[in-house]
Structures are given as structure tokens and as C-alpha cells.
Design a protein around this ligand. Structure first.
Ligand code: GDP
Ligand code: IMO
Ligand code: MG
Length: 429
């Protein structure tokens, strides 16, 4: 058996959660391989809506096992809240969740550090979700992070106190008062108390060597789907550094984030929106600052699922999409939110860029370099609502042409099409 993968090809929020949930009935196990509660994966079904941050998007299906892999970073407070919410839909969710002992913990001090460093950057800030992602991964790579497995050791409190004390010394060098700092509505010290409670409660969930669990499951013929967070253009190596997140969001992240060998990777589903969005700072070549951008934001309800921030919007960037397909070895494309484009008579896609008066068809090292301008091609839109279509044969000719046009440019088939936030509006092509 091989492990299939679902990951984002743009700047996150492509609709990965919706697609994972829709494909879950085909799999025995869903496993998150990287990122943390900076993610917000929305699932809509039977007039319900839920946003998941840490728990894999298979958790609403009662026969599926969900794994939080070693590559993920976990805030026990956020995980606990999320699990309580999930249990209102799936009361046995705790029994369908396994956490890797090797996953690192986001401490309250990591959240404070995130805010402290962002404040110090001023206008150059990354636009972090302030969930403590970069400081936690920094400690991981600095070989002093605290892992889920440490929760079971008697030295845990000492490790916690030492690491926190060390970071407090650093914070003392900045214009940042920890005693005034508020995390999710609570003063730092109160959040810390809540964190300890949640960390204790977390022990009700099964901790395991998930790499071995996955290996044995594969040998038993079980089917596994790996769920990515963020998107390829936010990857720590291949995104527009430093305006990226702090993990490998790409397919290679599945191997290190779950302990799966490269030759065990099967299908790679690359999810992309029929246009582009981005939250936070950093270059975005096809960003629209005009009325069209506003329409995309309004029609697409483009507000961050984790922070509520408005998402920046623009036309589909095929140069960036081709790059993402290349980096991930995408075998199957999944296009979401094509319904949002239903109000346009004409659509545009960027097929190349102009950089310093030269035409280039690749993503340059520095996207903010010189005078990078997208070169657009126009294509007819379908100019009608498609979000209540019941059968794929009903889609308008212009939408079929848009699909063919993208497939021709990117050289990978679009095999799944999503036409509304609802689970049901997901079509195989
Ligand atoms: P994720 O982070 O990749 O899981 O995506 P988010 O949940 O952050 O953002 C995607 C948003 O688009 C959510 O509000 C989804 O409910 C919604 N969505 C997903 N697919 C579609 C679609 O095909 N059409 C529309 N209109 N909305 C969609
Ligand atoms: P999902 O999984 C969209 C962005 C932030 C910021 C940058 C760094 O829902 O697609 P971080 O908190 O990681 O230090 O922020 O990355 N970002 C996301 N944007 N979707 C996400 O996740 C994101 N996770 C982080 O806005 O620009
Ligand atoms: Mg999201």
C-alpha cells in the first residue's frame, strides 16, 4: 500500500480541509504531517460548519483513525478546545485520534515570542498568525524543544521552566512586557495555567510512535491519506522567504513529518483555488488592488479561518502553479471555488511574468525583485451560478474550457472539482 497526499499549491486556504473530509470515506487513516494551529481547515456538511486547526480533517467520519504526526506542532489549549467542539459531532473522537510522541509542543512562551518578534519587525512583519509556530520550530531545530512524549516524564516541569526562563531573558531585551501580554483574551500567566490544565487533559489521547503505527498499517493493507497545512508558496525552503511559515509544506514534508519513506508515496493531490488568495505579508504577483479584487474577496468570503483577517485576492497564477506542481510531483489536481468566478464574463490567468523588460515563465528567486509584472491571458468566463449543480455533466462549456486550459498549461489532470463549501458539492472528473 502507498500513502496518498493532499496538500496546498498556493498560499494556503485552498480548501484542503473540505477536500480531505470529502475523500475520507476512501481511507482508513488520515494523518497531518506538518504545521500547527496556524492552519484553519473548514468543513461544511448538513448546514454545519467546523474549522479544524490541529486535528486531521477525517475526524468527522466515525470509522477513520486520525493521526497528528511528528512534524506537527501542538498547542494543548487549542487542541483541547478543538476536540471538545469535534466531540459535539463525533462523541467518540478521542478514540479516533493518535498523537506522535515526537510532535513538539507550543508553549505559552512561544506564543509570546511570536508576538514580540513580530512587533520588533514593525512594517517588515511576516504577518504571522501569532500561534507560536516559528519559535516552536526554532526550538525544535535548536534541539531544546519539548515534545509530547516529555509530558509523561517527571522532568517535564523542569524542562518547561528552564526553557521558559531562557526565553524570558531574551524577551527582556525587547520593548515587550510579558505581564501585559494577552494570549487569546487571557493575560500570559492565566493562559499558562490553562495550558498546564490542557496539557494534563491531553494525556487522555493516545500518544504513540506513529511512524511505527503507520508502517504496520501499510503492511496490513490499510489506506492512508496525508493531510498538509498551509501551501507550497509558504514552504520554508521554496516559498518567498522570509514571508513563509516554518515547516516544509511540500510533499517531502510527508516523509519527514510522518516517517514515511519516499517510495511509499502514492497519489499527490494538489489543491488550488480557481483564483489566488494570500493572508499575511509578502509578494503576491497577481494581487488585484481594484474592484475585481474586492469582488473576489466578497464573493469568495475571503477571510482567514484562523485569524479572521481579510485575504488578499488576485487572478490564478499559472507560473506559480506549475512551480508548485513540479516541487510536489502532483499527480492529480483539485480545483476549488470555481463557483466564485461565476460572476465574471471574462477571466484572466498569468502565464508568464515580465521582469526588468524580459519575459520569464518561471518563479524567480525573489518575487519582489525589480519590476515583476504578471502577463495575463484572457479566457471566457461562464457568468452563471454553478454552486448548486448536482451532476458534473451540468457544468457550463466555459468552465470545461477553463479546466482544459489549466490542464494544458500545467500538464496534470484536474481530477476533483469543488463548487461550494459543502461536502456534497465535490465532483470527480
Ligand atoms: P484550507 O485551509 O485549505 O482547508 O482552506 P480554508 O478552510 O482556510 O479556506 C477555504 C474556504 O473556502 C472555507 O471557507 C471553505 O468552506 C470554502 N470552500 C472550500 N471549497 C469551496 C468551493 O468549492 N467553493 C466555495 N465557494 N467555497 C469553498
Ligand atoms: P491553512 O492550513 C494561510 C501564513 C500567515 C503568514 C505566514 C506565517 O489554513 O492553509 P505563521 O503563523 O506560520 O508564522 O505565519 O503564513 N499562514 C497561512 N496562510 N493558510 C494557512 O494555513 C496559514 N498558516 C500560516 O498568514 O503570512
Ligand atoms: Mg485555512
Amino acid at each position: 500500500m502507498k500513502v496518498d497526499v493532499i496538500l496546498g499549491l498556493q498560499w494556503g486556504d485552498e480548501g484542503k480541509g473540505k477536500i480531505v473530509d470529502a475523500l475520507t470515506p476512501q481511507y482508513d487513516i488520515i494523518a497531518r504531517f506538518q504545521g500547527g494551529p496556524n492552519a484553519g481547515h473548514t468543513i461544511e456538511f448538513n448546514d454545519n460548519k467546523i474549522v479544524l486547526h490541529t486535528i486531521p480533517s477525517g475526524i468527522l467520519h466515525k470509522n477513520t483513525m486520525n493521526i497528528i504526526g511528528n512534524g506537527v506542532v501542538i498547542d494543548p489549549v487549542i487542541l483541547q478546545k478543538e476536540l471538545e467542539l469535534v466531540k459535539t459531532f463525533n462523541p467518540t473522537a478521542t478514540n479516533h485520534l493518535i498523537i506522535s510522541k515526537r510532535a513538539h509542543l507550543i508553549l505559552p512562551i512561544h506564543r509570546a515570542l511570536d508576538a514580540c518578534y513580530e512587533k520588533a519587525k514593525g512594517a517588515a512583519k511576516i504577518g504571522s498568525t501569532l500561534k507560536g509556530i516559528a519559535p516552536t520550530y526554532s526550538d525544535k531545530y535548536n534541539r531544546r524543544g519539548i515534545r509530547v512524549g516529555d509530558l509523561l516524564h517527571k522532568e517535564f516541569a523542569q524542562k518547561y521552566n528552564e526553557l521558559t526562563a531562557d526565553h524570558l531573558k531574551i524577551i527582556g531585551l525587547y520593548d515587550f512586557d510579558i505581564n501585559e501580554h494577552i494570549i487569546d483574551g487571557l493575560p500570559y500567566k492565566e493562559y499558562e495555567a490553562l495550558w498546564f490544565e490542557a496539557a494534563e487533559k491531553m494525556k487522555e489521547i493516545r500518544f504513540a510512535d506513529t511512524e511505527i503505527y503507520i508502517h504496520e498499517a501499510l503492511n496490513e493493507g490499510k489506506s492512508i491519506l496525508a493531510e498538509g497545512a498551509q501551501g507550497t508558496l509558504l514552504d520554508i525552503d521554496f516559498g518567498a522567504y522570509p514571508f513563509v511559515t516554518s515547516s516544509n509544506t511540500i510533499c517531502a514534508g510527508v516523509c519527514s513529518g510522518l516517517g514515511i519513506a519516499p517510495n511509499k508515496i502514492g497519489k499527490v493531490y494538489g489543491v488550488f483555488k480557481a483564483y489566488c488568495t494570500r493572508v499575511g505579508s509578502g509578494p503576491f504577483p497577481t494581487e488585484l488592488f481594484d474592484k475585481t479584487g474586492e469582488i473576489l474577496q466578497k464573493e469568495g468570503h475571503e477571510f482567514g479561518a484562523t485569524t479572521g483577517r481579510p485575504r488578499r485576492c488576485g487572478w490564478l497564477d499559472l507560473v506559480a502553479l506549475k512551480y508548485a506542481v513540479m516541487i510536489n510531483g502532483v499527480t492529480d489536481l483539485v480545483m476549488t471555488k470555481a463557483d466564485v468566478l461565476g460572476i465574471f464574463g471574462t477571466l484572466k490567468t498569468a502565464n508568464s511574468y515580465k521582469l526588468n523588460n524580459q519575459t520569464i515563465s518561471y518563479l524567480p528567486y525573489d518575487l519582489s525583485e525589480g519590476s515583476l509584472e504578471p502577463v495575463y491571458e484572457e479566457i471566457a468566463g461562464w457568468n452563471q451560478n454553478v454552486d448548486s449543480i448536482k451532476d458534473i455533466s451540468e457544468i457550463p462549456l466555459e468552465l470545461k474550457n477553463y479546466i482544459k486550459f489549466i490542464e494544458k498549461n500545467v500538464n496534470v489532470p484536474i481530477s476533483v472539482l469543488s463548487l461550494s463549501p459543502d461536502r456534497k458539492q465535490t465532483f470527480k472528473l
